[in-house]
Design a protein around this ligand. Structure first.
Ligand SMILES: [Zn+2]
Length: 330
């Protein structure tokens, strides 16, 4: 198990370099008790935390499985999530809606199959829903085991996603703004590409020296952060350019999935979850192109029809935006 210490904060890298379904956890050690932020690092990490810490509270940045599954292993701790994810984390139906599982025919069937496969492959037991103790407020200082932490609302990846800022330590937990070579994920019903970009830029305004990612990249120092973030965001534009070229060349909407905008075909053949993410991700780009003035309404409708997608679960009517008080933390 790999971890890094920054003052009273432990950054615990998850198994398999924190690749999904694992993720990096942040543990704040106080005089009497500790707080975990995100809980999916793996059994070895949980064992270490239990040995070295007296865990009082667990804060979750959002409802995604790789950030929450370990909370079940700390029944003695109180768990907190934001109000936008409160319903989702405790209800399989709400999760299926929010993650656009219901956008696909028989989505729930393959979702269950994929989950079983994942459990066999990773040897983790996944209980997808969690009854949390309470909700936390965004953009307000919260006392966590001796540190003041602000859960900065950063919608886009999901509508509820946020970046915990451990103020006195100069640490910003950027989580799923993860700087990986794969690029940003925004294939949930309530994901939004423009909000993702706005939230990512917002992180540059935060006075932090350490930027902690949830997957693979670990901890990034301030001097490297901006260039890595901009290169990461550029992947969004490259994906969109690929789609635009396809349309410009007169190709059909049904063939967009063969473009491998997000995933390789062999990966999608093995995992219907990835196929879902590919289809929804492309829909998000088409929605964005229309929003930016491209006359692609009919093309979008045909894309939905040709892939038998349920439009209702492809987007929230209102795109998630930064909460009004988001900028006040700077
Ligand atoms: Zn996530």
């Amino acid at each position: 198990m790999k971890y890094e210490k920054i003052g009273p904060v432990e950054v615990i890298i998850g198994e398999n370099k924190s690749r999904v379904p694992f993720s990096t956890s942040v543990v704040i050690k106080g005089d009497e008790h500790s707080t975990i932020i995100d809980c999916g690092a793996g059994y070895m990490a949980f064992k270490h935390i239990k040995k070295e810490h007296n865990v009082k509270d667990i804060y979750l940045t959002h409802h995604h499985i790789d950030h929450m599954w370990g909370a079940h292993y700390f029944p003695e701790a109180k768990t907190y999530i934001n109000h936008l994810d409160y319903k989702k984390i405790s209800s399989l139906e709400e999760i299926a809606k929010s993650e656009a599982i219901l956008a696909l025919n028989k989505g729930v069937d393959w979702w269950n199959q994929d989950r079983k496969k994942l459990e066999q492959l990773t040897d983790i037991r996944i209980n997808r829903s969690l009854q949390v103790s309470d909700v936390y407020e965004y953009n307000k200082s919260i006392h966590m085991s001796g540190q003041d932490v602000m859960m900065i609302h950063a919608p886009g990846h999901t509508e509820g996603f946020c970046c915990p800022y451990i103020i006195n330590q100069g640490i910003l937990f950027i989580g799923d703004i993860d700087l990986t070579s794969f690029g940003p994920y925004y294939s949930d019903r309530d994901s939004d590409i423009d909000s993702f970009i706005a939230s990512a830029h917002q992180t540059l305004e935060v006075d932090a020296s350490y930027f902690i990612t949830s997957h693979q990249k670990g901890v990034v120092r301030k001097d490297e952060y901006k260039s890595q973030l901009l290169a990461y965001l550029d992947i969004i534009e490259r994906r969109e350019e690929k789609i635009k070229q396809h349309i410009k060349s007169g190709n059909k909407p049904v063939d967009l999935v063969g473009l491998e905008v997000f995933y390789y075909s062999y990966q999608m053949e093995k995992s219907l979850s990835l196929m879902k993410s590919e289809k929804v991700g492309i829909a998000k780009h088409l929605q964005r192109l229309i929003k930016h003035g491209e006359p692609l309404e009919e093309y979008y409708e045909e894309y939905i029809k040709s892939h038998h997608l349920n439009k209702e679960y492809l987007s929230n009517k209102i795109a998630p935006t930064l909460t009004s008080s988001s900028k006040s933390f700077i």
